[in-house]
Each structure stands twice: as C-alpha cells, then as structure tokens.
Design a binder for this molecule. Sequence first.
Ligand code: SAM
Length: 209
Amino acid sequence: MTHRMRLVDEAQTHIQRILKAGDYAVDATAGNGHDTLFLAQCVGPKGHVWALDIQAQALDATQRRLMEAQCAEQVTLCKQSHDALINTLPKFTQGKVKAIMFNLGYLPGSDKALTTQTHTTLSALKQALEFLADEGILSIMLYPGHPGGDEEAAEVFRWSQALTHDAFTINHIQTGKSSAPELILIAPKAAGGPRPEQVSDSESDARAQ
Ligand SMILES: C[S@@+](CC[C@H](N)C(=O)[O-])C[C@H]1O[C@@H](n2cnc3c(N)ncnc32)[C@H](O)[C@@H]1O
C-alpha cells in the first residue's frame, strides 16, 4: 500500500511539471476521481480533462469529488471503455493532450471482477499515443498483485519496450518485489521538453530504458 501511494504520487509529480493551465488531459480510468481532480486542478478552468470509466459508481464518485473542489466545469465524464478513446475524445485533441493517465486494476472497495483487461488496455494505450502532444506524458500504473494484473502488467511492459526508442523516452519504475505496483512513464522525444528521467527526484529505482 505504501508503494502504491508513493508511485501514484510520483506519477502526479512528473505530470505536474508538464501539465499547465489551459492544457488538455485525459484520465483513462477515473475510478474514485483522485487523478481526475489532480488533472483538473493542473489545467484549471481554461483547460479541459476527459475522464473515462466503465462504471457509473466510479463516475458518480468522481463527479462528487470534482463538485466539492469546484472543478467540475473543466471535466467531461464519459461512461465509456478506454479502448473507445478515438471515438470518445474530440478530433481536435489529437496530438494535443499533454497528460494521459492510466491507473489500471479495479475500483477500490468495489467488484474486483470489473478490472481492466489486457486486450482493451493495450488497445487504449495505442490510441492514447495518437492524442499525446509532442511535449506530453503518458503514465501507466500497473498492479501485478491481483488475478489478471500480472499478465496485464507484463503485456503492457512488453508493449512499452517495443515502442521505438528513437521516438519515445520510457521509464519503468519498480519499487520492490514482483507483485508490487509499477509505474511506466512514456514521453515523446520530439519537442525537447522535460523528460521523465530528467525531472525525477524519486528515491525509487527509476531506470531509464
Ligand atoms: C484503480 S481504479 C482507478 C483509480 C483512479 N485513477 C483514482 O484516482 O481514483 C481502476 C478503474 O478502472 C476502471 N476500468 C476498468 N476497465 C475499464 C475500461 N475498459 N475503461 C475505462 N475504465 C475502466 C474501473 O472501473 C476502475 O474504476
């Protein structure tokens, strides 16, 4: 649990250094809305966040959190699987989204069967790259410690390693044993903006791939 919290914070720290007021962002797994609220606060009222989840319960919790923080205006909630990203986000956002977050697994305190699935996750990640800005960042939190999560984490890692290293910087951050959460950060190399390995002040085992 400590590791999970630390890596979630680490993902947000990297994103915070890139995502600015007025930007676009996507939360591909809204869950209880912690990441959606974080993104909404970064982009402010002049920016916009699209948050997707397949569960109404998750989107309701996210909506409540946003309302309490008076950030609901700058967020569109979509009851949609993230493998329909291309049909869900407006066309004008292609190549313009500065931060895309995936926090895989199941909704804490809910039905563990409603977890992210390897094939839809991989499809969504490929689509996410179409939307990522040159100076943007894609973060993926992986949870190998639950049934199906180990296969999903391994496949997502394999997919990230198959991306061309001429075009992307890929950081894989592990904190401990094989069942512990992992974080993958992917940033296009094109625009020369801050790259994950340059901004990391983490004490964790951050390995530039
Ligand atoms: C670990 S939770 C996300 C936590 C969330 N980011 C937060 O800050 O509270 C994973 C979420 O992914 C959602 N999910 C599962 N499959 C999905 C899919 N195909 N598309 C979008 N969301 C999905 C689950 O319903 C669950 O709410």
